[in-house]
Design a protein. Structure first.
Length: 78
């Protein structure tokens, strides 16, 4: 379980973008919450870009299947 939080390493950088990529199709019991919404019915390889890199998000696994995702942080160099 990952309680709702923001990522402190993104707070001071306006050139930061955050992405969430599931590495498997949605499985009931896999929970990803972004802001006030639960993200569900996703497919492996979908890419969700956070509207703001400092937005609250959290996750949990209530199933017996491991939950596998990729979190990407991009910093612009200009």
């Amino acid at each position: 379980m990952m309680p709702m939080h923001t990522d402190p390493h993104t707070h001071d950088d306006q050139n930061c973008k955050r992405y969430w990529v599931p590495l498997q199709d949605f499985i009931p019991g896999h929970v990803f919450i972004y802001g006030n919404s639960m993200v569900a019915n996703y497919r492996r390889g979908d890419v969700f870009q956070y509207e703001n890199s400092q937005d609250e998000h959290g996750a949990a696994n209530l199933s017996f299947v491991p939950r596998i995702v990729l979190q990407v942080t991009e910093y612009s160099c200009h």
